[in-house]
Design a protein around this ligand. Structure first.
Ligand code: KG4
Ligand code: ZN
Length: 342
């Protein structure tokens, strides 16, 4: 990649339940990364309530952006562009970020760059790995998505596989709720699984005929729920740690197997993980081991860059900016935006 001048991007992310803003320098250096999480509010309802998310974003967004600029020690005149997540996500939540980004860009005379949320998750890997360049393979596993993506070049993606039903994070959240751990379930299952026996219960791993890179987690989730109900009906006790560990083993095994199969089939020597589930400790160590065995270089973002944040949008926005992506004042939130669409 040719040397580029100093580009500062203000990035905004509001697609789900975090209101986030960041300033990123040349796509890889995070000058600030401010996240206001709404988790405590949504916890009361066991999941994200879209209407509450939108209202909270409106309340928080100005403050979060001001903090991001202050922490980065920049003003609007030091910026080169405003990047914003415009899909996929909750429409009301996305609209808050998009409207804010348009207002700032218009007022400051800056270009507006719309970013795909998943492209952001993938690009989180650039932040702490200055040497990472495409092509590489990336598993994106979050609360809303489970995608196996071939990153052919900056901004050029081929989706090799995806979930047919629940996302991996969604399965974590639903199982956690069933064993009484609350929302969000991923980090809680991660924690208690360390005390459990992963071989205590044998849960099924779904394979889909004719689509070897596709995933399915709803059968596994139902198997866990049925097991718990069965125990309750028989008046038997069950150990939540054993269930968490056994469920996690089934998820991790299937994610690793399919990812490694794709890496081998496509002759990939670099493999990255991204999204909230990428902060899972069991998944990380299993992937690390599987990659090492095959001589594949393994990349993963720090946990703070795995779950939703705006620094990752700044990283993705930078490469979109270099590629000439510019959006007009008619940019809208696109809740079901496809990866690679502009
Ligand atoms: O990427 P993210 O913040 O939001 C979406 O774009 O969906 O991902 C949130 C998801 C939630 O389902 C959460 O339970 C899961 O990531 N998650 C985890 C862990 N930390 C967050 N899942 C497993 N283990 C974790 N340590
Ligand atoms: Zn996300």
């Amino acid at each position: 990649m040719k040397e580029i001048r100093n580009i500062n991007i203000l990035a905004i992310e509001s697609s789900c339940d975090e209101t986030a803003a960041a300033v990123v320098h040349n796509g890889r250096e995070v000058l600030s990364n401010v996240i206001s999480s709404q988790i405590d509010l949504h916890k009361l309802y066991g999941g994200v309530v879209p209407e509450i998310a939108s209202r909270k974003h409106i309340e928080k967004i100005n403050q979060v952006i001001e903090e991001a600029l202050k922490e980065a020690e920049v003003t609007l005149s030091d910026l080169d562009a405003v990047a914003v997540t415009y899909g996929p996500g909750l429409v009301g939540a996305l609209l808050v970020g998009v409207a804010e980004a348009k207002a700032i860009a218009y007022a400051a005379g800056l270009p507006l760059v719309g970013v795909h949320h998943i492209e952001g998750h993938i690009s989180a890997n650039y932040i702490e790995n200055p040497e990472l360049e495409p092509p590489f393979l990336c598993l994106v596993a979050s609360g809303g998505h489970t995608h196996l993506v071939c990153v052919k070049d900056y901004g050029k993606y081929e989706i090799l596989g995806r979930t047919r039903d629940d996302a991996a994070g969604e399965a974590y959240d639903k199982v956690a709720r069933a064993i009484g751990l609350g929302y969000p379930g991923g980090p809680k299952i991660d924690r208690i699984a360390r005390e459990g026996n992963p071989d205590a219960v044998k849960f099924p791993k779904a394979n889909i005929d004719g689509a070897k890179y596709d995933f399915s987690f709803s059968g596994l989730k139902s198997a866990v729920l049925n097991y718990i109900n069965g125990c309750k009906m028989k008046g038997e006790n069950f150990d939540p740690a054993d269930i968490a560990a056994s469920f996690q083993k089934a998820v991790v095994e299937v994610l690793v197997e399919k990812s490694m199969q794709a890496a081998e089939d496509y002759g990939m020597h670099k493999f990255a993980i991204a999204g909230g589930v990428a902060s899972n400790t069991a998944l990380r160590s299993a992937m690390e081991q599987a990659c090492a065995m095959r001589g594949i270089q393994f990349y993963h973002p720090s946990p703070i860059y795995c779950t939703d944040n705006a620094a990752m949008i700044g990283a993705a926005g930078f490469y979109e900016y270099l590629a000439g992506t510019r959006h007009g004042w008619d940019l809208n939130a696109v809740p079901n935006l496809k990866l690679g669409e502009r």
